[in-house]
Design a protein around this ligand. Structure first.
Ligand code: GLN
Length: 495
């Protein structure tokens, strides 16, 4: 019975709840049991079973009295531990936030709460969301529930690796992540689930521990495109507390998805995304994806995004610059950890030196350097100019096409520990995802196939600003054609 419940999609679970075929309590118990059974994967920084059961019972009581808060009422979800939650600690997977519990709730998690969603726990991530492997977490790496034929423990991707693994390992029906340069889409691809980064401004950033404020965006990780549409509908919307959140209508994404197909849709294939060293099987999958969309009635054409090759270097200047400024607040006085010293300066130094891990320190150093008086124009200003050129490339492309199709990642999941001493190799993970962040555009990763090792690979779609509906529609066409039915080894073994 409980195995069945963890195999449902959000929409199926919603139907069963509506038909009184299952209770939110039973649904929650099944997922809590799955989370407990998956502890070896290190998915959660903090499990919240008592709170979850309380929320589930409250949902059942509401339903019994005919009051339903929406499609997530009673649905077990997980939240990346980068969202502030007022009654559960928030760590950002950093030592420096030791003992910190936020005095307020992030808008996105508050919206989920108000919609009746049941939080089973807060998921592990790369420290301050800086990374592509989850290996920079102070709490140790998450293990991907997939091992394929490798026989090794693999990374789930990052930084929302815990959230992607949580969904893949069936410990919740949906999870929330954040994406600054690919942190929802890349782990979704590596874990064989759907991950969507909405348009910058679509969801409020209020109460999300800031990494790079002009790039950060919250979004859903789910097992189907339809579920992503459902969750996005709940978390999206203008928020007066985040001046960068947009005053735009939130459409009914799920209805839009049901209503439309991709006939007549124009799909662009950017020729500059053919990067050296991309494995043949990823190239082939990309071509298959284009064929699938064509077979579904879309037209496919080559497009040019000429500044693509500068996206990664520009990102790795802009993101650390913003991070160095955002992370200045962790001084041993205002939050979490304090490591004493002889003087105030020494206390700052000790706290920051010991509180931040090596990757975060690297970013703070790079960021401070590119913002410093002598180098500001040469690096930061130039990177901002490049960013504008990249956004213009997309703007031009979207005069001709409705969505852009690319692979999500240049490789499948890799062994834990690999690339840790080679930051550039790690940064290359983001090559296909970063341009959408620099341009503020919506993007989604859909599981599309398995590689020769039996590991999942995703396809990636990018759309026009605030046109998540078209992105979701095209994503569903890919999903329907790919018929991805792979089950992670960890889940298979428990059956
Ligand atoms: N992997 C990228 C980085 O390390 C993106 C992280 C993210 O999107 N939060 O910065």
């Amino acid at each position: 019975m409980s195995r069945g419940l963890t195999e449902l999609t959000v929409s199926e679970a919603g139907d069963r709840l509506a038909e009184s075929e299952v209770t939110a309590e039973a649904l929650t118990e099944a997922h809590l049991a799955a989370a407990e059974a998956a502890r070896a994967l290190n998915i959660f920084v903090c499990e919240t079973p008592d709170r979850a059961l309380e929320q589930a019972r409250a949902s059942d009581a509401r339903r019994a009295s005919g009051e339903i808060l929406g499609p997530l009422d009673g649905i077990p979800i997980a939240v990346k531990d980068l969202f502030c939650t007022e009654d559960v600690p928030t760590t950002a997977a950093s030592h420096i936030l030791d003992g910190f519990t936020a005095p307020y709730e992030s808008t996105v998690s508050a919206k989920l709460k108000a919609a009746g969603a049941v939080m089973v726990g807060k998921t592990n991530l790369d420290e301050f969301a800086m990374g592509s492997s989850n290996a920079t977490s102070y709490f140790g790496p998450v293990k991907n529930p997939w091992r394929g034929k490798t026989g090794k423990d693999l990374v789930p991707g990052g930084s929302s690796g815990g959230s992607a693994a949580a969904v893949a390992a069936r410990t919740c029906l949906a999870a929330i992540g954040t994406d600054t340069g690919g942190s929802i889409r890349q782990p979704a691809s590596l874990c064989g689930v759907v991950g969507m980064k909405p348009t910058y401004g679509r969801c409020s950033r209020w109460g999300i521990v800031a990494f790079a404020s002009s790039l950060d965006q919250a979004g859903p990780i789910t097992r189907t495109v339809r579920d992503a549409a459902i969750v996005l509908g709940v978390i999206a919307g203008h928020d007066p507390r985040d001046s960068t959140s947009a005053r735009v209508e939130v459409p009914d994404f799920e209805t839009a998805l049901r209503a439309g197909d991709v006939r007549g849709l124009k799909v662009g294939i950017p020729k500059e995304y053919r990067v050296d060293g991309t494995p043949d099987e990823i190239e082939e999958l990309w071509e298959r994806g284009a064929d699938w969309l064509r077979d579904a009635g879309a037209s496919v054409e080559a497009i040019s995004l000429p500044h693509t090759e500068y996206a990664l270097p520009a990102y790795y200047i802009v993101a650390p610059a913003e991070a160095s400024s955002n992370l200045a607040r962790y001084d041993g006085v205002r939050f979490g950890l304090r490591v004493p010293g002889e003087s105030l300066d020494e206390m700052y130094e000790n706290t920051r030196g010991r509180g931040f891990g090596p990757e975060v320190r690297r970013r703070v150093l790079i960021g401070t350097y590119v913002l410093s008086a002598g180098y500001y124009d040469a690096y930061y200003v130039k990177a901002q100019r490049v960013r504008t050129l990249i956004a213009r490339d997309f703007h031009k492309a979207f005069e001709r096409v409705d969505v852009v199709l690319t692979p999500t990642t240049p490789s499948a999941a890799f062994p834990i520990g690999e690339k840790m001493d080679d930051p550039i190799a790690m940064y290359l993970n983001d090559v296909f995802t970063v341009p959408a962040n620099l341009s503020g555009l919506p993007g989604i990763s859909v599981p599309a196939g398995l590689d020769a090792d039996g590991l999942p690979l995703g396809l990636h779609l990018i759309g026009r600003p605030f046109d998540e509906e078209t992105v979701l529609r095209a994503a569903q066409a890919l999903e329907n054609a790919a018929k991805f039915s792979g089950v992670p080894d960890f889940v298979e073994a428990r059956r």
